[in-house]
Design a binder for this molecule. Structure first.
Ligand SMILES: [Cu+2]
Length: 354
């Protein structure tokens, strides 16, 4: 713990030391003080407090939009990613990863099925289709359930609020070298009583070409689609149902098998009620079902070897969260209950190649 505290205070001190000369240099471009340091520009997602980072995953970022959650997280100070082919890396926060990172999408956990971590929870996340990303570094918050000894990562979609009948559409296309092509569509329509929202994307890239001209297997393709139907009888109440599906594939240079399927099915129910009167300020409830059906083999995405192998692990996660917020003049109390159950299965086969 003390090591982490020291690390964060170091970065704050650094910012403090660098900002004043930078500000001065901006104010007077002809200023030539021989003792002045050259301005240093640091590009990173700014923390909203020392332990919390909030970001808009739809905002443009360098070098290109992130293909998965880990690709986005690695731009946040404190995060690194274990590379895993072209996409679907595994996020590491301050040296800790896996079950020590509590990653929630729309309030629910999607646990990957692959024993080789081909499908880290972030591989099922397309950041551009979410509205808000919150990272809480360290185990300080218990509001989001267990498993957050390194930190909590929340990818959230905000409920829509249309005062009158209306609609909005947000679409983007990205094309890059080596066959990189991303398409994103986020559209919503609704009125005062409710809304319907669709978010979907596809992302793909070809194999990486090495310096000697040969191809390094790293091709990937993925798609996601999600529909949300929200009911807002008044400004203080929300009831929303979300149904989502996705799939993908990935070739690997460093593994004995390729990821032939990353199928995902999600169902979520969200209820929120605010301003209930008295000390009880808000009641929030979430119910979710997330299913990851992963298939890896050594023949469908590469030249089949003599011995064909396939493995089809899957995992279904069912969870619920209930949260009540109580407010008095000087105090706030958040109380709640968190429950989750998951079933992990492994199916595999082996045989002579065709
Ligand atoms: Cu796998």
């Amino acid at each position: 713990m003390s090591r982490y505290t020291a690390a964060s205070s170091t970065s704050i001190l650094l910012c403090g030391a660098l900002l004043p000369p930078f500000a001065q240099a901006l104010g007077n471009p002809h200023h030539t003080d021989e003792h002045m340091l050259h301005p240093t520009v640091i590009t990173a997602v700014a923390p909203s407090s020392p332990l919390t980072v909030e970001a808009d995953p739809k905002a443009p970022r360098q070098p290109v939009p992130a293909s998965d959650g880990a690709d986005y997280l690695k731009t946040i100070p404190g995060f690194a990613a274990i590379r895993n082919g072209g996409s679907n890396g595994d996020p590491v926060l301050r040296g800790l990863f896996g079950s020590r990172l509590n990653i929630l999408t729309n309030g629910g956990q999607i646990l990957g099925a692959c024993p080789g971590r081909m499908d880290a929870p972030t591989s099922y996340i397309s950041p551009q289709t979410y509205d808000r990303l919150t990272v809480i570094k360290g185990p300080q918050s218990v509001q989001w359930g267990p498993g957050a000894s390194a930190g909590t990562v929340l990818f959230e979609r905000e409920p829509e609020r249309f005062g009158t009948l209306g609609s909005r559409v947000q679409a983007s296309v990205l094309a890059g070298s080596r066959g990189r092509l991303d398409k994103t569509l986020d559209a919503a329509a609704g009125g005062a009583r409710g809304y319907l929202r669709f978010t979907g994307n596809t992302s793909q890239s070809d194999d990486y070409r090495a310096g000697h001209g040969g191809h390094v297997p790293s091709r990937w393709y993925k798609w996601n689609g999600e529909v949300a139907a929200g009911f807002t009888p008044d400004t203080d109440t929300l009831l929303a149902l979300t149904v989502g599906k996705g799939d993908g594939l990935a070739r690997y240079a460093g593994r004995g098998m390729d990821g032939a399927q990353f199928r995902r099915e999600t169902l979520g129910l969200r209820f929120e009620r605010y301003n209930l009167g008295g000390a009880l300020a808000a009641v929030e409830a979430r119910l979710y079902y997330n299913y990851a059906d992963h298939l890896m083999d050594n023949y469908s995405l590469r030249r089949p070897p003599a011995m064909a192998m396939a493995s089809n692990p899957d995992r279904r996660t069912l969870g619920a969260r209930l949260k009540a917020t109580w407010q008095w003049s000087d105090w706030e109390l958040v109380s709640g209950l968190d429950a989750q159950a998951n079933e992990h299965r492994k199916r595999s086969a082996m045989g002579e190649g065709a």
